[in-house]
Design a protein around this ligand. Structure first.
Ligand SMILES: NC(=O)c1ccc[n+]([C@@H]2O[C@H](COP(=O)([O-])OP(=O)(O)OC[C@H]3O[C@@H](n4cnc5c(N)ncnc54)[C@H](O)[C@@H]3O)[C@@H](O)[C@H]2O)c1
Ligand SMILES: [Zn+2]
Ligand SMILES: [Zn+2]
Length: 368
């Protein structure tokens, strides 16, 4: 079939919205008609050419929500009409990692996905016979996508697409960092560095876990106000002195749980230093630049602080994304403040500009 898609032709150039060819789903694959898709930093990072593992041409986008249009052979869990959220982090439910509660890093399709292929080593998108690679296994800056069944979460049809798409990446990452990776205990003191989509999700996750005090640190007063709306009790301007202020507020000890959601290694270090002696756990969710390292004084670890990394918030997508969306539907999370712009597919480059200007939290592409 023919469809419209935003193609990254060459790094550093605007995406080109055009008609491309999409092949039928093969065994284990599903054709999804997209209704909404968030524009994320990872899309821009790849478009800029900064990602050393990036490739072109490709159709970007990985925060999709839509409806199953058709299924290929051997698809058991999904049927036409099902509402789904795309998962760049799949869940096969069979590999050694899927069977272990300690990780969500499914091993089933990693290698081919990293190369821009579907699990069988080919792509479904093409243009005049030329293959166009799949981005993060999703390629959701398009009217339709074909994805493996194991990379789609079936979610409640009651939730609006412009909200369910947020769970495809940053929001689940933040929520899961607090709920899964840190497993914040009720009554704790938490400190979240960064109040973008991921940090705001972490603030909400700490609140849902019953944290008593949630300190949020960011450079932007507007974003700190959004953090207050998600449950932050104390707001601090980031930069030098942020650690000292958190220590002062906690009797010199530090927070029980700290979260880093900026991607800046200097802030990661602050998040470690602001964690409590004895048992403080620092969860790193930000993605650092290539070659950057985290500089930590080992004495901080000997005296009981721990550091954990979190990919997609440790969320096992097919099981937990539907459950998180049910909590949103129950009124536990307010998502309206996160959707700052609704744009058409043709305006995808404007979505990038708004993100670079830190104008709003998420631009969401709506497909008519
Ligand atoms: N681990 C994962 O699976 C995963 C998933 C999605 C995104 N990420 C990463 O998480 C990070 C955050 O993503 P986002 O979409 O929320 O980004 P964002 O750019 O919207 O938010 C980052 C926030 O950090 C703040 N910040 C910058 N410097 C700061 C400082 N010195 N002190 C305090 N705050 C500071 C900014 O003002 C901004 O509000 C990025 O590195 C992103 O790549 C990771
Ligand atoms: Zn993303
Ligand atoms: Zn698996």
């Amino acid at each position: 079939m023919r469809m419209r898609a935003a193609v990254l032709e060459r790094f550093g150039e605007p995406l080109a919205v055009q008609e491309v060819e999409l092949a039928e789903p093969r065994a284990g694959e599903v054709l999804v008609r997209l209704h909404a898709c968030g524009v994320c930093h990872t899309d821009l990072y790849t478009a800029s050419g900064a990602d050393p593992s990036g490739y072109a041409p490709t159709v970007l986008g990985h925060e999709g929500a839509g409806v199953v249009e058709a299924v290929g052979p051997d698809v058991g869990a999904l049927a036409p009409g099902d509402h789904v959220v795309t998962l760049f982090s799949p869940q096969c439910r069979e590999c050694v990692h899927c069977l272990d509660p300690r990780t969500n890093l499914c091993l089933a399709i990693r290698e081919e996905q990293n190369k821009g292929h579907l699990p069988d080593g080919t792509t479904r998108i093409s243009r005049d016979g030329e293959e166009i690679r799949s981005f993060m296994g999703c390629s959701t800056f398009a009217e339709y996508t074909v994805m493996p069944e194991i990379a789609l979460a079936k979610v409640s049809p009651e939730a609006p697409f412009e909200h369910t798409c947020l769970f495809a990446c940053g929001l689940s990452t933040g929520l899961g960092a607090a709920i899964n990776t840190a497993a914040v205990k009720p009554g704790s003191t938490c400190a979240v560095f960064g109040a973008g989509m991921v940090g705001l999700g972490a603030v909400a996750g700490c609140r849902l876990q019953g944290a008593e005090r949630i300190i949020c640190v960011d450079l932007s007063p507007q974003r700190l106000e959004l953090a207050r709306g998600q449950g932050a009790t104390d707001l601090h301007e980031g930069g030098e002195g942020a650690v000292e202020r958190i220590l002062e507020m906690t009797g010199g000890f530090g927070a029980d749980y700290t979260f880093e959601a900026t991607g800046n290694v200097a802030v990661m270090r602050q998040a470690v230093e602001a964690a409590r002696m004895g048992w403080g756990l620092c969860t790193v969710a930000g993605v650092a630049g290539r070659g950057e390292t985290l500089d930590v004084v080992p004495r901080l670890l000997i005296t009981g602080r721990r550091i954990a990394g979190s990919s997609f918030g440790g969320v096992k997508g097919r099981d937990q994304v539907p459950a998180l969306i049910d909590r949103y539907l129950a009124g536990e999370i307010d998502l309206d403040p996160f959707v700052s712009q609704r744009i058409g597919l043709d305006e995808v480059n404007r979505g990038f500009e708004l993100m670079e200007a830190q104008d709003g939290i998420r631009s969401v592409i709506e497909f008519s």
